[in-house]
Ligand binder design. Structure first.
Ligand SMILES: Nc1ncnc2c1ncn2[C@@H]1O[C@H](COP(=O)(O)OP(=O)(O)OP(=O)(O)O)[C@@H](O)[C@H]1O
Ligand SMILES: [Mg+2]
Length: 271
């Protein structure tokens, strides 16, 4: 096709696009202990969705369900075309390479350079390689591109352990981008950072969502951060979805219900 002036879709157009993640009526249980009940979730290209809920409400479990790491007992989970509850042989690895992940503790290799840490994101595609020098020039160029994207290309040669927490999380984000993910899951990515760094890391993730069209699901413990940095909020309480709405339309009372002691039906604490 020769379309010399191909225009990028606008964010509004991307938001209306088909969801890359569709979860319907998801149930998860560890043994006879239900952890998620009837959870629904859509993630569309271009959007940043904040996942809220008290400790133990099931945020990490919901994220794990998307990559086949949680014991799903009911409902359907579709992620970038894969039926997670019914994966075919070989699909699990492909699914996981299509989903970039960012964690609270960064999970970098501390003594290795920033560049090498980012390069490890390409391992699914590159196959087994020698970390000391086995990556192609093409991969190195791409890794530098992503380091530039997250604003720390000048640190490429430094050992990861010498960077600040905020910088290390940027490296982890560049590593996730190196996977060329279709979706990014960030489980409390700013819980170890001070408020200013938290803002800047969340802005970076939101920029990736809007500019690159990669939806980001981010779990957060701090409500104002979710209000400031998300397009939609999904709130869990005792494994049930209490809130799911555009951030701009959410009222404070509904969100407070996520953290109050009473108010929602639940029967999972064995009391
Ligand atoms: N591997 C496991 N085996 C048994 N129970 C588990 C397991 N993982 C999680 N759970 C239980 O599932 C529930 C939800 O846990 P989850 O880690 O998803 O909560 P969370 O919302 O991410 O909490 P936090 O904010 O503390 O990270 C908790 O009651 C937890 O004890
Ligand atoms: Mg968690």
């Amino acid at each position: 096709m020769s379309t010399p002036t191909q225009t990028q879709p606008t964010t509004a157009e991307l938001r209306q696009a088909l969801p890359l993640v569709t979860v319907r009526g998801l149930d998860v249980a560890y043994g006879d202990q239900p952890v998620l009940s009837g959870v629904n979730l859509d993630l569309r290209p271009g959007e940043m969705v904040a996942l809220l809920g008290a400790s133990g409400s099931g945020k990490s479990t919901l994220m794990k369900s998307l990559t086949g790491f949680a014991p799903i007992t009911g409902g359907s989970v579709r992620v970038v075309g894969y039926d997670v509850t019914n994966l075919l042989r070989g699909e699990l690895q492909k699914l996981r390479s299509d989903v970039g992940q960012v964690f609270q503790q960064f999970n970098l290799i501390p003594r290795m350079s920033v560049l090498t840490n980012v390069l490890t994101g390409a391992l699914h595609a590159a196959g087994p390689v020698n970390l000391a020098g086995g990556f192609s020039g093409k991969h190195r160029k791409l890794a530098m591109h992503y380091l530039d994207r997250v604003g720390i290309a000048h640190k490429a040669k430094d050992p990861a352990r010498s960077l600040s927490g905020g910088q290390q999380q940027r490296v982890a984000i560049a590593r996730a981008l190196m996977q060329q993910p279709r979706v990014i899951l960030a489980d409390e990515p700013v819980a170890s950072l001070d408020p200013k760094l938290a803002d800047s890391v969340l802005e970076l993730l939101r920029g990736i969502a809007t500019e690159d069209g990669i939806p980001v699901l981010v779990s957060l413990h701090v409500l104002p951060l979710a209000l400031a940095h998300s397009d939609r909020i999904v709130g869990l309480r005792h494994g049930e979805m209490l809130v799911s709405a555009p951030t701009a339309r959410l009222d404070a009372a509904k969100l407070a219900g996520l953290y109050s002691q009473e108010g929602a039906n639940h029967d999972d604490d064995g009391a």
